[in-house]
Design a protein around this ligand. Structure first.
Ligand SMILES: Nc1ncnc2c1ncn2[C@@H]1O[C@H](COP(=O)(O)OP(=O)(O)OP(=O)(O)O)[C@@H](O)[C@H]1O
Ligand SMILES: CC(C)(CO)[C@@H](O)C(=O)[O-]
Ligand code: BAL
Length: 280
């Protein structure tokens, strides 16, 4: 059965008030829609971890630094509701824009430190948009647990920091990246790749794994990152924005994987910006 689609906060609150009264734990899966198996893995984790599950779908304009990216973002609400039907979620919250940004909205939630590198550096303003909308979604849903993908690993850390700093009583849970058979991290933006673009993008994960393996064997990071960049361009990527090795908790830069580390990369193929990260 398809879950009810709620567009007004008052309707959502009526449901959650009942659930809370019954002592039921609420899980939320925030998304921008165009659902794929990566999103559905978060829904599954939420179903296993809580009594009631809300999936939110909101293409948040304030986190898009690039107007063309916002205009081209896929919007597939009917298909999304159909994909969620087998999971038995309790509500799909698709807020009307004025529920998130009412007339005169003048508040920004801004996390410092973690946001100054990688996605924060290459997408100015992006994390302010994310932190602000996610804070609102946490407060509006009053969820006990929130599920985020490690595909957007920096976002996961930023959101966790924001919830802790603001004393929002929610547990932020990270879930592993779901990949295509080629290793390509699933992403709504992959829909924009042409068949040739898909073939090019398929090289990214292997190039990152090769770098990670060479690093474990003691080779210096800078040399390996330069080689990986060359390999991406040779595979057909048009631009490599960054390849970085960072501490998995602080995101401080590392030169060796001598503590829990992650390798991050952002590169363009076929006009689409693709990000990924793997543990090292
Ligand atoms: N392949 C994936 N595996 C696990 N989680 C994922 C995957 N792709 C997205 N998610 C998670 O789903 C949530 C919603 O993400 P979003 O709606 O932006 O989808 P997306 O596929 O990441 O789209 P985009 O193209 O904007 O990157 C986020 O927590 C994100 O990390
Ligand atoms: C968390 C999120 C739904 C906030 O708009 C978005 O950044 C996303 O889909 O990852
Ligand atoms: N998937 C993270 C949200 C974004 O790219 O805007």
């Amino acid at each position: 059965m398809t879950a009810p689609i709620l567009r007004r906060l008052s309707d959502l609150r009526a449901l959650t008030a009942n659930w809370r009264k019954n002592g039921e734990a609420i899980g939320v899966v925030p998304t921008m829609g165009a659902l794929h198996p990566g999103h559905l893995s978060l829904v599954e984790a939420a179903k296993n971890g809580t009594d009631r599950v809300i999936v939110t779908i909101f293409v948040n304009p304030t986190q898009f630094n690039n107007p063309e990216d916002l205009a081209n973002y896929p919007r597939t609400e009917i298909e999304d509701a159909q994909k969620l039907a087998p999971y038995g979620v309790d509500a799909i919250y698709v807020p009307d824009p004025d529920e998130i940004y009412p007339q005169g909205f003048a508040t920004t939630v801004s996390v410092t430190g973690l946001t100054s590198v990688m996605e924060g550096e290459f997408r100015p303003g992006h994390f302010d948009g994310v932190a602000t909308v996610v804070a609102k979604l946490f407060l509006q849903t009053q969820a006990d647990r929130a599920y985020f993908g490690e595909k957007d690993y920096q976002q996961l850390l930023v959101v966790r920091r924001m919830a802790r700093d603001l004393d929002i009583p929610i547990e932020v849970i990270g879930c592993p990246t779901v990949r295509e058979p080629s290793g390509l991290a699933m992403s709504s933006r992959n829909q924009r790749l042409s068949p040739e673009g898909v073939e090019i993008a398929a090289h990214k994960h292997r190039i990152m794994l090769d770098l990670a393996n060479a690093l474990k064997n003691g080779a210096p990071f800078d040399t390996l990152a330069a080689q990986a960049s060359t390999d991406l361009l040779a595979a057909g990527f048009t631009q490599v924005e960054y390849i970085q090795l960072r501490c998995a908790e602080s995101l401080n830069p590392l030169t060796h994987a001598d503590r829990p580390a992650r390798l991050f990369a952002a590169a363009w193929a076929d006009g689409v910006r693709l990000i990924d990260n793997i543990p090292v």
